[in-house]
Design a protein around this ligand. Structure first.
Ligand code: SAH
Length: 307
């Protein structure tokens, strides 16, 4: 009975989080402005000496709450403030205490998002208010997550911080898609690259990416998929090389489109995949036929929500 009364607020929190993920930017900016900016080194040191605040840069994994680490869950349950990204799922953001303040710091591609410098300033300001701050990021904070930059700012300002690793999309998504990233028969190495377009092209070391017996994982590569496949073929990768794109891996929204580097872009366009999506290129993709296991079921978070 007691447990049920605790579960219901969690469900309400998830609903609220889902609604609020669109409207939080303005509030975040206003709260940042209220904090003001104090850059004088001495004032900073004086403030820090009094401050018991700490920032946890936390990886939330690829979206499925079951892929949080125990450390991530522990710090979420203790946080005074949760500053979260678009990729941190509503179910996970809602796991924090009901009374914790939530600040939304990111939106999807092409929409407004809080500039990186503002996010870093906000983290510094919140820690100086003696708060336990969880900076919640999708996947792992140190893999294409700008966690390094945020940690640098915290270090420069003398703020106490901790890095909580997360399951990066490459690992979590590949597992839920039934694609082993390495396999003794097919791939002995694995490369992670960022595939966003800059002026319509991708600045990557194509020769290195075309090596045989290697799996290539491309983050942020949905828009650039045609360019990626074209360049790989142009640099000598056989056009029959298997490739897959996985949308919203590990969540009920997971969809997987499989093909070769010759046909994947067209298949993805026809399927209408949406972000976040990850590309996996290499012979290992063939194994999905035998190893696919995830049917997109919901994760039951009752246990965590009742903690
Ligand atoms: N720090 C994150 C990556 C951030 S970059 C990590 O370690 O995973 C954002 C990119 O991650 C997306 O464009 C997409 O390529 C990938 N991604 C994150 N979550 C994903 C998911 N559930 N399914 C597919 N791709 C995902």
């Amino acid at each position: 009975m007691r447990r049920l009364t605790k579960v219901r607020p969690y469900r309400e929190r998830v609903a609220i989080m889902k609604g609020q993920m669109d409207g939080h930017y303005q509030n975040s900016m206003a709260s940042l402005q209220r904090q003001g900016g104090d850059t004088a080194k001495r004032a900073r040191l004086r403030e820090n000496a009094r401050s018991a605040g700490k920032v946890f840069l936390v990886g939330a994994g690829p979206g499925n709450p079951d892929l949080l680490t125990l450390r991530a869950l522990r710090v979420l349950l203790e946080a005074d403030v949760i500053v979260y990204d678009r990729l941190a799922s509503a179910e996970i953001v809602a796991l924090g205490r009901a009374e914790a303040e939530r600040v939304y710091a990111g939106k999807e591609r092409d929409h407004h998002c809080m500039p990186q410098s503002d996010i870093s300033r906000l983290l510094v300001a919140l820690a100086r208010q003696n708060k336990k701050v969880v900076r919640l990021k999708g996947g792992d904070p140190f893999i294409f997550g700008r966690g390094g930059e945020e940690a640098q700012v915290l270090a420069e300002h003398g703020i106490d911080f901790e890095i909580v690793p997360g399951v990066t999309a490459a690992c979590g998504v590949a597992a839920f898609a039934g694609i082993p990233l390495t396999h003794r028969d097919y791939a002995h190495s694995c490369v992670f690259v960022a595939g966003h377009l800059k002026d319509g092209s991708m600045n990557l070391d194509w020769q290195a990416l075309c090596r045989p017996n290697q799996t290539l994982v491309v983050y942020m590569g949905l828009l650039g998929l045609p360019v990626l496949c074209r360049e790989l073929a142009a640099h000598g990768m056989p056009t029959s090389t298997p490739a897959a794109m996985v949308q919203q891996g590990s969540t009920p929204g997971q969809r997987v489109v499989v093909g070769t580097i010759a046909c994947l872009p067209q298949r993805v366009a026809v399927a209408g995949l949406v972000p976040p999506a990850l590309t996996i290129v290499g012979e290992v993709v063939r194994l999905r036929e035998q190893l696919a296991w995830f049917d997109g079921h919901e994760t039951d978070v009752t246990l965590y929500a009742s903690l």
